[in-house]
Design a protein around this ligand. Sequence first.
Ligand code: M6R
Length: 616
Amino acid sequence: MCGIVGYVGQKQALEVVVSGLRRLEYRGYDSAGVAVISEGELEVRKKAGKLANLESLIGQDPLPSSTTGIGHTRWATHGGPTDSNAHPHVSENGRIAVIHNGIIENFAELRDELTAAGVHLSSETDTEVVAHLLARELPLAEFDLTVAMMRTCALLEGAFTLLCLDPHQPDVVVGARRNSPLVVGVGDGENFLASDVAAFVEYTSEALELGQDQIVTLTPDGVSVIDFDGNPVIPLAFTIDWDASAAEKDGYELFMLKEIAEQPRAVADTLRGRIGKDFRIQLDEANLDDAVIKKISKVMVIACGTAAHAGMVAKYAIEHWTRLPVDVELASEFRYRDPIVGPDTLVIAISQSGETMDTLMALRYAKEQGAHTLAICNTVGSTIPRESDAVLYTRAGPEVAVASTKAFLTQIVAAYLVGLYLAQVRGALFEDEVRSILRDLDDMPSKIDLVLDTVEPVRALARQLVDARSVLFLGRHVGFPVALEGALKLKELAYMHAEGFPAGELKHGPIALIEDGIPVVVIVPSPRGRAVLHDKIVSNIQEVRARGARIIAIAEEGDESITPYADDIIRIPEVPTLLQPLVATVPLQVFACEMATAKGHDVDQPRNLAKSVTVE
Ligand code: M6R
């Protein structure tokens, strides 16, 4: 949801900023722009469309040499994706350039105030008011850009990360943060600001976390941070534990393909060091309080999109292992009703980015109600883990493709570890049960590898079905959230109607959608597990098949009983029922990716979407 980069140092700012934007483009790709300072003047280039459009504009109209710059890649909220709405926005007097991520909620009021004072606004954005306000506040702040930013932030409501430049202070970038992400990269004689460490990890691994309501001033030799009241703040330092190559395509055509292929490694990394030799779960790093775990009487998972599907999968396992009730709530709905959440509740916020605004706001609400909070997150130092009592990081590595893949699998694994830990502390499981689950979990990377080795027929099937109008996905038990995830992948990548249903629910209405030839993907539970689930799904398959559906079964190796009922069978390895999502999701990811490719879509950056959704 908008990517932001700032640089001050010795290098050519344009190169650093554009390479940072390239790594942040997953956050939004409606337009892009840069501003640099050269000979006491601001130079701005901005263009609607993807970053490539901006690069070609700069090719035709080059920017002068400069060692200070800011850049932005936009996901439009206020005003369409046009050249004039692209950031940076510059004040009328040419004194301030500003870029922004978030929403200024009182922008209409501020715009009216500025207009009444004779300021002419030239875009439809909420951001432009900030440029004019900063220019107005600068003389009142005795031309100290940091103070001008502090005065301006006091006028703003909503969520924002802002970066600004003043050409009269050529070695300074000032940033501010409220409810939107911003991190500092610390270099030698150079410093960086960005929405995400990916933007600067090729230059430095040393970073600083910024908290809420803080202002940061960057020069080549220093980083100083104050809060919105002007009090000095010492930011928390951290080291980025992956290098720039982890965020490269590494020979793959698409980030999504690379990330699908990385899943065995991501799952293995998420398990690493967390299962002791004695088969006890070791989550000391998470800072979970055993006394709290013993006292809680329920668990609530809050999350959005794919992360919510991971939570739905985890519900089955955590309830089964702990006998605690688990509710899974879409974070965007959670605080707008009257949820029953309090000191007896463990709230688990699941988020790849750690910045999803809906999840963050739900987390804050849960904390206000006295709940204990745990984040399951992939992004070290992001806001959701920072604001949670405990955090268990998934170790998927950077996920760049907008469609979540490896994050999903690792979120399930992390949530399972939490479930087993709760059971361990509460004494809810027998040792031999835990031992057998952990052995199976440990085998998952090699099982996922097996799936990856056999996905070619899935690709062929996707190409065959490229003209389908609609695809339905059916599952039961943990297969239901997998069905939802398969449908979400297809919607976001192939832009086609796709829906996931609990297989037993179809006959209560959605079966009316079945028409001759409609592809129905069925996640078939293992016949070796709870046989009743398998039997019931076979009945559900017959119901839709009788009405003309084309059945694509995702079924376990060796399950021959499904053969008479399926038109196509995608085989997955034998695994226990609760672990089936870790293998059954992979062909669905491949299916959606191939379908989108066959339709000629931009798989890594699908239309209208952004990877990290930092507005509500
Ligand atoms: O960063 P988060 O995990 O909090 O993101 C939540 C959703 O926005 C995300 O999973 C989204 O649904 C994905 N694009 C789905 O592929």
